[in-house]
Write a protein that binds this ligand. Structure first.
Ligand SMILES: Cc1cc2nc3c(=O)[nH]c(=O)nc-3n(C[C@H](O)[C@H](O)[C@H](O)COP(=O)(O)O)c2cc1C
Length: 404
């Protein structure tokens, strides 16, 4: 709503201030993680409707995105910022290692208000991603991450940039059979986090001198009771550093595992806490958020500005709304959104398997697994009382039953 005195304060401004507003007004921003194949428009709208504050797209290969309209059309569907429902705030994630390609792809993604920020994927451990120099292989080349952030800062300062990292797998004396983060790993990850902040996010607050001493074994959960000591001494802010007032634009997500830690090994929250305590830009904790209690637990243990869930939201898209199991109404919403905005049968089937597997009896799971078409899925959900066919819904003024 706007009037003669200007826009009212409850309307989020478009573009850059949206993320700023989100983190300033929300003590724990609830985020859905980027998921190749799964974070498509219908799922994103579903997660938003059920409590998600900030949503990531799946990872797009920036070199294709930057040059091919066809690639963009295939990969990236969104709604207009003023649409209802709006697919905002949204961060577009890239697999990228080249500064100019990152700038070009980000400029296109940000144009026309299609998103609120862009993200560099520095966490994906998949072989093809790392072979091409993207994803978690970037953790071994922090200078390449910094170069991309600097290029973005210099050429597209209006675009907020987020970076998603994991704990770095270090080859130190504490390397363990689960490939969990170690003392050396945490030390290197904190150094990277600071480099990310200094390069892209917050030049006005560059520290002229930071000393970190790390002692002890961070693996307190399993191996030892040694306490972690990290002392950070900030000497002085650099008064001569250029001030671009981007303090609220940078954003770091930390998945609390190394690229080789199995996803069944509990996430290392101690490391995320240390990173959060070191940085001034918002930090999001990622890993093992499966239930509403996990949101609280993670935030309390790390002090982060937000939490990110991926597999948890696949199973229960309403977890951020406080539900421990997927409610029937969320399944109905998902089917409606998928029909309205389009989703391939295979993806829809996979989503329903994730959501319903934990709540269905064995025979019903088998029945769902055998559904071989969209119509079969709709019939199955209708028979389970999870979806009401359009023709059975009460007529809304101006809309004929059966119409979308
Ligand atoms: C199916 C699937 C696809 C994923 N795709 C991406 C991706 O495109 N980009 C990315 O940074 N992480 C991706 N991830 C990793 C998640 O974003 C997240 O970091 C990881 O699953 C840990 O969070 P969780 O414990 O909440 O699942 C993917 C994870 C899953 C399960």
């Amino acid at each position: 709503m706007s009037d003669a005195t200007g826009p009212s304060e409850d309307v989020l401004p478009r573009g850059r201030p949206t993320l700023q507003h989100l983190f300033e007004t929300n003590p724990c921003v609830k985020v859905s993680g980027p998921m190749v194949r799964y974070s498509k428009l219908p799922a994103r709208l579903l997660w938003r409707k059920w409590g998600c504050d900030l949503v990531y797209t799946p990872m797009f290969v920036a070199s294709c995105f930057a040059v091919s309209q066809r690639a963009r059309d295939c990969d990236f569907t969104t709604t207009l910022p003023e649409a209802n429902p709006a697919d905002r705030p949204l961060i577009v994630q890239f697999a990228v290692a080249d500064p100019q390609i990152f700038v070009n792809a980000s400029r296109i993604a940000f144009a026309n208000g299609s998103c609120d920020g862009v993200d560099i994927n520095c966490g994906c451990p998949q072989k093809w991603v790392c072979t091409d120099g993207y994803g978690s292989s970037l953790l071994e080349r922090p200078q390449d991450i910094v170069a991309m952030l600097r290029a973005a800062r210099d050429q597209i300062p209006e675009v907020p940039v987020s970076v998603k990292i994991r704990h770095i797998l270090a080859d130190d004396e504490l390397k363990n059979r689960h490939n969990e983060p170690t003392r050396e790993s945490l030390y290197r990850t904190i150094e990277l986090a600071k480099a990310v902040q200094d390069a892209g996010a917050c030049p006005s607050r560059i520290l002229t001198h930071t000393v970190i001493y790390a002692h002890g074994d961070i693996r307190t959960r399993r191996y030892t009771h040694t306490v972690i000591y990290i002392h950070i001494i900030y000497i002085t802010p650099n008064p001569h550093a250029p001030c671009m007032d981007r303090a609220s634009d940078g954003l770091l997500t930390v998945h609390g595992r190394t690229a080789k830690t199995s996803s069944s090994v509990p996430v290392c929250l101690e490391g995320i806490k240390m990173i959060k305590e070191t940085l001034s830009i918002p930090v999001i904790a990622n890993g093992d958020i499966f239930a509403p209690d996990d949101v609280l637990r993670t935030q309390e243990m790390t002090g982060v500005n937000g939490v990110m869930s991926a597999r948890g939201l696949l199973q229960n898209p309403a977890l951020y709304a406080g539900y421990n199991r997927v409610p029937a109404a969320a399944v109905q919403d998902f089917l409606d959104l998928s029909i309205q905005y389009g989703l391939s049968y295979h993806l829809l089937h996979n989503h329903l398997m994730f959501m319903l597997y934990p709540v269905l009896a064995r025979a019903e799971r088998r029945e769902l697994a055998e559904c071989a078409s969209l119509c079969a899925l709709m019939d199955f959900c209708a028979a389970q009382g999870l979806w009401t066919p359009f023709e059975s819904r009460p007529a809304v003024a101006g809309v004929t039953p059966g119409m979308l």
